[in-house]
Unconditional design. Sequence first.
Length: 253
Amino acid sequence: MPARLFDLTGKSAIVTGCNTGLGAAMAIALAEAGCGIVGVNRSDPADTRARVEGAGQRFVDVRADLAALDAVDSIVAASVEAFGRIDVLVNNAGIIRRNDALTFSEADWDAVIDVNLKSVFFLSQAVARQFVRQGAGGKIINVASMLSFQGGIRVASYTASKSGVLGLTRLLANEWAAKGINVNAIAPGYMATNNTAALRDDRERNDEILARIPAGRWGAPDDLAGPVVFLASPASDYVHGHTLAVDGGWLAR
């Protein structure tokens, strides 16, 4: 019985920003659990497609820029056309801009908020409407951050957006749990991806980060495989509005 709780055979999932890194790892994990994947990206997700198909699942390639909302309805339509329904949404796509708060620009503020927060709400809204039409609930998994809990420095709009993701996850859970829709989030810690290469190459900064992580290592994208499958599966049917830190103990320190 426990294995069946994590079985996603016959399900379909939309995963945004899955061409590399954390999004790719989550899409592949869902596929290995039995899920067909609709990958929403700005660039070619060739490697992710190959690995999803290597797991025996269908991969539907949807190109969209989530900085604008024009693509939301077409993403839902493409998913329903391909699989007949939607079962899971993973809101992973995100961007970051760095500058001192005294000189942070409106353009950098708007760019990050539009992708990291505004698109999360409106894509979730569109998918939840589809869940309601289907009449069988569904799973929404947002990607938060350590900066959902902490302030950080020089990333004003990113911190605001990821704090907003945590709050929005709770709000949507409050409104949609009774409809059978689970809304939860994953907050990755410091992960070894292309986005953190500069930090890892800076010996002093790398050592400072590692000294704060009880697990003593950077996270790997595959560390999100279990959490995303859990939150997408029947095993989490009574989990609502929770943000799961996958951080090697960073927040506990």
